[in-house]
Design a protein around this ligand. Structure first.
Ligand code: HEM
Length: 414
């Protein structure tokens, strides 16, 4: 177990600093060893960085509530209209609710996202991947993010929800505006105004589609949400709309980043890529390791519902608490040689999808998309390599992904 790490003097202790956005792992290392419950002025939150502690936050949803848009301390809130528009919708997302509302809404959707139900979509997902690769295979080069990693999850979640594929460009635009806020953008821009505009557009969009479903039900997730009942309690229309926006949002940016971060690290570790090429049976295990090694959601946010003394720090009721899953996943107390990428490692106890009550609903979908994509890339594109060894990371804290990922391969004559 290697504990020696960087000196504080060599580090910028600001989680939002661009140097830490590019490579947060040395700072995580320092925090785990020296300040595991760290007050971050820049995030206005306590950063929790050890595996056991992050797990404890997820395991105690009463003390560390997800209902941050309603239970949040007044010092974080604002009466600005833009803030209210965003908060009112986000407060209906079941990821930001505690039981019993959380369980009622999640219970309705769970069946749709089970491995068994998703098997029915495998063929359509594979066809979408092949379609995207068909259009670039002969070129021998592409930006993997814009050509595959972005469109694929958007196509898939829109397909499951029942949103027309022709609307994807608009959906991306609105969703990106929300991502800048929820992803914890480090830019100085007005994230609330941006997010508010994005949310309003998405709400109007889904309201119109739901009115169509009222008239003509279809075999899709939107119709299912309208009809479904759980313990006799239907969703309200506001909840349906808000949770359509949630699924759309949660279902694409994250998976885009799993595909992008994953391929980037595989190409930086050709020995690991070769292991997967030689034994495609290892790919799903490799996906878990990539999630552990550099996952798309480095941290989430909870709100403390009572005072907590922890590692010598005093968390106060109403304070924001950020469990850093990306740091937990590199904790040597939990994983041997955690900074090594090892696709043969049994990484299943990683926390990239969180844990417990709010464990990612779309985990199986993300795994399916990533497994099929990596398998198809390895089968169809020989001699894959990176064009640039240092691509740019998006300037965000709570989401982690690449702006672009230029790659080349040996193209086959048609
Ligand atoms: C690699 C891709 C993904 C990652 C890393 C990821 C990560 C996460 C994390 C960390 C949470 C917990 C959030 C919290 O506790 O605050 C979560 C929840 C959630 N995720 Fe994902 N996610 C991914 C893909 C997806 C997809 C494809 C969907 C599609 C529908 C999805 C839907 C959700 C939903 C609905 C929740 C809320 C679950 C609940 O509160 O019970 N996610 N995800």
């Amino acid at each position: 177990m290697t504990r020696a790490g960087p000196d504080a003097g060599e580090l910028v202790l600001d989680l939002k600093a661009l140097v830490n956005v590019r490579d947060p792992f040395p700072l995580y290392h320092w925090l785990r060893e020296h300040d595991p419950v760290h007050w971050s002025e820049q995030l206005s939150a306590w950063a929790i960085t050890r595996y056991a502690d992050v797990l404890q936050v997820f395991a105690d949803p009463i003390r560390f509530s997800s209902d941050r848009f309603r239970k949040i301390d007044s010092k974080y809130t604002s009466a600005r209209p833009a803030v209210k528009t965003v908060s009112e919708i986000l407060a209906q997302w079941f990821v930001f609710r505690d039981p019993p509302d959380h369980d009622r809404i999640r219970g309705l959707l769970q069946r749709f996202f089970s491995p068994h139900a998703l098997e029915q979509s495998r063929g359509r997902i594979q066809a979408a991947i092949d379609g995207l690769l068909d259009s670039v295979a002969e070129r021998g080069e592409m930006d993997f993010i814009s050509a595959v990693a972005f469109p694929l999850p958007a196509v898939v979640i829109a397909m499951l929800l029942g949103a027309p594929q022709t609307d994807l460009e608009s959906i991306k635009h609105w969703s990106d505006r929300l991502a800048a806020y929820l992803g914890g953008s480090v830019d100085e821009g007005d994230n609330f105004t941006e997010a508010s505009a994005g949310v309003s557009n998405l709400v109007d969009y889904f309201q119109a589609l739901l009115r169509e479903r009222d008239q003509t039900p279809r075999d899709d997730l939107m119709t299912w949400m309208l009809r479904a009942e759980h313990d006799g309690a239907r969703l309200s229309r506001e909840e349906v709309v808000a949770n359509c926006v949630l699924l759309l949002f949660a279902g694409h940016e994250t998976t885009t980043n799993l595909l992008g971060n994953g391929l980037f690290h595989l190409l930086r570790h050709p020995d690991q890529l070769e292991l997967l090429r030689a034994d495609p049976g290892l790919i799903l295990n490799g996906v878990e390791e990539l999630l552990r090694y550099d996952g798309p959601v480095p941290a989430t946010l909870k709100v403390a519902t009572e005072d907590v003394e922890w590692h010598g720090r005093a968390i106060r009721r109403g304070d924001m608490v950020a469990p850093f899953t990306a740091s937990a996943n590199r904790d040597p107390r939990q994983f041997t040689d955690p900074d090594a990428l090892d696709v043969r490692r049994r990484a299943e106890r990683h926390l990239a999808f969180a844990w417990g009550l709010h464990f990612c609903l779309g985990a199986w979908l993300a795994r399916l998309e990533a497994g099929l994509t990596f398998a198809t890339l390895l089968r169809r594109l020989p001699a894959l390599s990176l064009t640039s060894p240092t691509p740019e990371w998006k300037p965000m804290i709570f989401l982690r992904g690449l702006e672009s990922l230029p790659i080349t391969w040996r193209s086959q004559p048609a």
